[in-house]
Design a protein. Structure first.
Length: 145
């Protein structure tokens, strides 16, 4: 074998033992090592738990973190069970928010009271053509002279 190997066009001068040792020390990851992350598959009982947890917490992001899946996966499972994850402000909510805003309450205070994010409150107020007050302590680019 050594003689045949020595006359091979691929022979680079290494001894056969060195070639064998080099092959044994491959740079490839072990066969058990995973290179890519695979999606975690939820069992039907876990999806049931996910639904209950969402109904308790009301936050897709928190549920996703607890179950080790993406927000999209949580949304998909909830949608398959007929649960809507996006809560929009109704006309009644916008009317109540506008009234509170005109009384001087902040978007954050209104959001906490009605169960919405402050930005959602501001978006609803804009849709209702309510003039938005400037944020205290913040200057807008057009305010600078």
């Amino acid at each position: 074998m050594d003689l045949l190997h020595a006359y091979s066009k691929h022979f680079d001068g290494h001894a056969t033992a060195e070639v064998a040792r080099g092959a044994a020390q491959s740079r490839r990851p072990a066969t058990g090592a995973r290179r890519t992350k695979t999606a975690r598959q939820l069992r039907p009982s876990e999806v049931d738990d996910l639904v209950v947890r969402y109904q308790k917490l009301g936050s897709v992001a928190d549920v996703a973190r607890q179950f080790g899946v993406t927000r999209q996966t949580v949304g998909m499972h909830l949608a398959s069970r007929g649960i809507e994850t996006v809560r929009r402000m109704s006309e009644a909510d916008i009317t109540a928010a506008a009234e509170l805003y005109r009384e001087g309450h902040s978007a954050a205070t209104i959001g906490r009271r009605l169960g919405f994010d402050p930005q959602t409150v501001l978006n609803g107020l804009r849709r209702a053509d309510v003039p938005i007050r400037p944020h205290p302590g913040r200057t807008r680019p057009h305010d600078i002279a």
